[in-house]
Design a binder for this molecule. Structure first.
Ligand SMILES: CC(C)(COP(=O)(O)OP(=O)(O)OC[C@H]1O[C@@H](n2cnc3c(N)ncnc32)[C@H](O)[C@@H]1OP(=O)(O)O)[C@@H](O)C(=O)NCCC(=O)NCCS
Length: 161
């Protein structure tokens, strides 16, 4: 029987401070800066699950729910929510904490597909995952539908190469 790993093994938490170079003229953080933080935590999360080097195959379902300002604290959390043969879906949630107003709001959510690769960059198998929280179970329930949608999009975009 295939060995599966608890999602708690991959769960990763990071904290960042929003600084002036990360922001636009309105003092709110650039979407690209958030995306680079999301990509980094997703890579660490997937590496913890697979114990392999990973590459980002796709970033989808990115929702910029609200913005973050200079001085805010970003709390990022990543967890593997589903796996294929060599790929892992990582869910990342970014929350913003404002120390002055003492509020915490969701800033961004995203689902990324990370692929484990060997030393030649070829996809290599990963173990399955057991989603633990109710949120993870709900997210993993639709994994197959998301994978099929990605495949359709890949086929469509390859027509325009
Ligand atoms: C991702 C990559 C390793 C896939 O290689 P490939 O030769 O297409 O391999 P396969 O067709 O065997 O696919 C391997 C897995 O990747 C998944 N995959 C491939 N392209 C994908 C995409 N665009 N989105 C999501 N998953 C993808 C497949 O579904 C498969 O998953 P599974 O094994 O769990 O079923 C390869 O395309 C690559 O190296 N891309 C560049 C990655 C990179 O450099 N990212 C950094 C930013 S540029």
């Amino acid at each position: 029987m295939e060995e599966k790993l608890s999602s708690t093994i991959s769960r990763t938490i990071q904290t960042k401070l929003v600084l002036p170079p990360d922001t636009n003229h309105l003092g709110t953080i650039f979407g690209g800066t958030i995306l680079s933080y999301i990509d980094e935590i997703a890579a660490i999360t997937a590496m913890k699950h697979s114990k392999e080097v990973v590459v980002t195959a796709s970033i989808d379902t990115v929702n910029f729910v609200s913005s973050a300002k200079v001085g805010d604290i970003l709390h990022l959390e990543g967890v593997v929510i589903s796996t294929g043969r060599t790929s892992m879906e990582v869910y990342v949630k970014v929350e913003t904490e404002n120390l002055t107003s003492r509020t915490k709001t969701t800033t961004t959510t995203a689902i990324l597909t990370m692929v484990a690769v060997d030393q030649h960059g070829k996809p290599t198998p990963v173990k399955g995952v057991i989603p633990e929280s109710e949120e993870e179970k709900k997210l993993s329930f639709h994994a197959q539908a998301r994978k099929e949608r990605r495949l359709r999009m890949n086929e469509l975009s390859s027509e325009y190469k």
